[in-house]
Write a protein that binds this ligand. Sequence first.
Ligand code: IMP
Length: 442
Amino acid sequence: MPVAIVVGVQWGDEGKGKVVDFIAERSKLVVRFQGGNNAGHTVIVDGRKTALKLIPSGILHPDTRCLLASGVVLDPEGLLSELDGLAKLDIDVGPKRFGIAPEVILILPYHKAIDTERENRQSEGDCRIGTTGRGIGPAYEDAASRYGIRLADLYDTANLESLVRRNVRDKNVYLREVLGSKIQFDADELLQSLQTLGERLRPYLANVSLEVSRANESDEYVLFEGAQGCLLDISHGTYPFVTSSNTVAAYACVSAGLGPREVDMVIGICKAYSTRVGGGPFPTEDLSADGDRLREIGREFGTVTGRPRRCGWLDSMAVRRAVRLNGIDSLVVTKLDVLDTFPVIRIATGYKLDGRPLDDLPVTTTETEQIEVIYEELPGWQQDTSAVRSYEDLPKEAKSLLERIGVISGCTISGFSVGPDRSQTVITDERLLELQRSGRLP
Ligand code: IMP
């Protein structure tokens, strides 16, 4: 029953796609379980770059089938343009390679308008979340309020018209009267475009829960790919500066319709430093020249929005929390090479509030912004690691950093990466290597 889940332990952009791509080779299924096209992965194989937003990174392996589970929110136009883009690169994205749970909630044009108009409202000032503007939050709101239109509804013509009319009517009132927006939608136009989109998406409909369960019963390998990161989780992140879904590993089971006892392994992806996009507390943010250097060297600009990411040091309080919340077995530390030129590397080892040490992140934004971070400093290695392909060949200071991350996070380190290419991800843990070679857990 080899079921593994890959999740980010920080605020997203940890390099999950690269690691999923690396270990997905022998997977029967790679399943995306939350979020929408707010995420972005760039996977580089033999120098060729592929940008993915919604489609799991497993799509680059010809024998892997990629699925979107019910907890995803789906922008039909965004997805179709992503599929077209991949087809142009000669990647097979036909219905044998890709499937979608009919239960997914659709992101429709009014969700995107509400997302951006809300963010633009002057009156919200500092409360601005800094969303990606992709309509993610408003679509999840509709799911919770039972107003949402699901992919399956596109094929229930008797019901679709009244659903669309009710939504367009209410969203127009909200946009106009509450948000003071001039943007308004036309129900007939939307209905027509949904019918066209529905026909293009029809071949992709898939019973995700059944497929996952059958693969699992036949001992085939299923890999779940998380988007965003643990601290953007709606229940456990730095609320309200979070995304609108649960990003933690347990949600893979909820979304795919899989019992929690079926999961064999949870792999956490941890960048060797920290980044965050958008608003909200970021205890280890470095606003000095070092933060700028991390951004430049690490090319820390959003894949989806192009926004510069806020940069800072590895936060072991956050990583420890993520290890606990996700039940992580091992961590892969990414972007180690970004630290190559730093003479001193900082790691946050603890927090204090009003002089008292804390066991965990505070719950409120006010308290989180007031914490004093305790750092330790480790010597850098000041040499190029981008050509390193084994743990043994790492400079001793880099090995010490990985060991230290292992100790302070209370977790095994199962690999590291020293660059964006597939060949620059080095897996050191036998269990993970075995998984990559054979698709089976030993
Ligand atoms: P939303 O998911 O677009 O609603 O944005 C909510 C918050 O999550 C914002 O701070 C975004 O910058 C952040 N966010 C969403 N997706 C990603 C991602 O893939 N990487 C990093 N931050 C993200």
